[in-house]
Ligand binder design. Structure first.
Ligand SMILES: [Zn+2]
Length: 187
């Protein structure tokens, strides 16, 4: 049995998927009592004294703030930051059906920046027009800023390649399409 077989999905204490770890790493985390086992594979491993079923989903007892590389200012990352929600009415949609809005309009010197661009549905975008939220009588769900991390940045999961037992934890499918299940041992 090699290291790339039967990787485990590591969840944060909040059940947010963090990353994929090798089965060996999963066993170490279990031995250190840092995680609880949430789901197991059918496959068992045997030692001299016991046999246990391999963990397929494990969850950290303590919350960790994921560290990632510098988050690039892209349309997709703005969408991730805003959790696929129009920041005015809260409507959730896929990337294609949403647009983005300059909170302070471009004509008033509003920059294209993390602090001034939000995800927005088309009706809200039309309604707001070239006005500020205040002028349009609209308010933002969350004040936009540069995220320190995005939940899926280092998630090496494509839903096609993911084991069945992971599916219910990859609850927001829209958040994971960019990643492929190529190298689970990277973690
Ligand atoms: Zn809207």
């Amino acid at each position: 049995m090699n290291n790339t077989m039967d990787p485990a999905l590591l969840l944060n204490s909040t059940f947010m998927p963090l990353r994929v770890v090798s089965w060996k790493k999963a066993m170490i985390l279990m031995a250190l009592r840092k995680v609880e086992v949430v789901e197991v594979y059918d496959r068992e491993i045997h030692t001299v004294s016991l046999s246990i079923r391999l963990p397929s989903v494990i969850r950290l007892f303590k919350f960790v703030r994921p560290k990632g590389p510098e988050i690039r200012f892209t349309r997709y990352n703005i969408y991730l930051r805003d959790r696929g929600q129009c920041q005015y009415c809260g409507r959730e949609s896929n990337l294609r059906d949403l647009t983005y809005d300059h909170v302070t309009p471009r004509a008033r010197g509003g920059a294209a920046s993390w602090e001034n661009i939000v995800t927005c549905c088309r009706p809200c975008n039309l309604r707001k027009g070239g006005r500020t939220p205040q002028e349009a009588g609209m308010s933002l769900i969350r004040p936009p800023n540069k995220p320190k991390w995005l939940p899926t940045l280092d998630l090496a999961i494509g839903t096609k390649g993911a084991p069945r037992s992971w599916q219910s934890y990859l609850f927001d499918r829209r958040l994971v399409p960019l990643f492929s299940f190529s190298d689970p041992t990277r973690y």
